[in-house]
Ligand binder design. Structure first.
Ligand SMILES: C[S@@+](CC[C@H](N)C(=O)[O-])C[C@H]1O[C@@H](n2cnc3c(N)ncnc32)[C@H](O)[C@@H]1O
Length: 215
């Protein structure tokens, strides 16, 4: 992790995503592998409608829409609010709630049946990993599943993870599976499964990590 404090990093992170959305540089929104992460969580949800789902770092709401159309309620949280949320809120009314906040700062008494983190965790400051994971774990019901999708070096390069500095000083963390597995299991989760999808430009993989809170 580059030598930058957490306060300064939060500003960089917010400015980077604001700029990306404002200039239509949010390539992840159209990454063809990312809808598979929401499909994975749907497979793990019990066959029961109207479950309470948390979409962490929800972006333009692609996955939120998937869960709403599957008959669930969604709380979507993101540090940046894009224009799509007005239309989504009009369409889905009380089944959808959008929270404009950093996940680490969010305080709620709501409890969730499942959660998705599709590309948010791997951009956090390393010193905030514990707060972030404790916050997520703390709002999940016992036995709830979460699917985290993180960058991972491609299969040929599995020895160690690395950081990449992106625009505005935003960081992308590329985790090898053992690293991320150890992080999640030391913050209240049980490891269940993983899946790997190559990014469209072949630069690395998206690693989907399925974890569960203790029953
Ligand atoms: C790579 S994008 C993925 C967006 C969406 N999940 C998708 O798959 O299209 C990461 C998102 O996380 C949001 N984000 C990053 N760090 C965050 C944090 N600490 N709290 C809340 N949102 C955050 C960004 O604004 C951005 O929309």
């Amino acid at each position: 992790m580059p030598a930058i404090g957490t306060g300064e990093y939060r500003i960089a992170l917010t400015e980077s995503f604001r700029w990306r959305y404002a200039h239509n540089q949010d390539f992840w929104t159209s990454d063809p592998s990312l809808p598979r992460i929401a499909a994975m969580l749907l497979d793990y949800l019990e066959d029961r409608p109207n479950q309470n789902i948390l979409d962490i770092g929800a972006g333009r709401g692609r996955d939120t829409r998937t869960f709403l159309e599957a008959g669930h309620r969604v709380t979507a949280i993101d540090l940046h609010r894009t224009s799509e949320w007005d239309e989504l809120e009009d369409r889905w009314g009380p089944k959808l709630r959008f929270i404009n906040s950093l996940v680490q700062d969010w305080v709620t008494s709501d409890m969730f049946d499942g959660a998705i983190d599709n590309g948010c965790f791997h951009h956090q400051h390393e010193e905030e990993y514990p707060t972030y994971l404790d916050r997520v774990c703390g709002v999940l019901k016992p036995g709830a599943h979460v699917v985290f999708c993180v960058f991972s070096p491609s299969e040929d390069d599995q020895g160690r993870g690395r950081f990449q500095v992106m625009d505005h000083g935003r960081v992308g963390r590329y985790f090898v599976e053992a690293e991320v597995r150890s992080l999640f299991t030391s913050h209240g989760f049980t490891w269940r499964a993983s899946g790997r999808f190559r990014l469209p430009d072949n630069s690395c993989d998206n690693l989907a990590c399925v974890v569960q809170t203790t029953r």
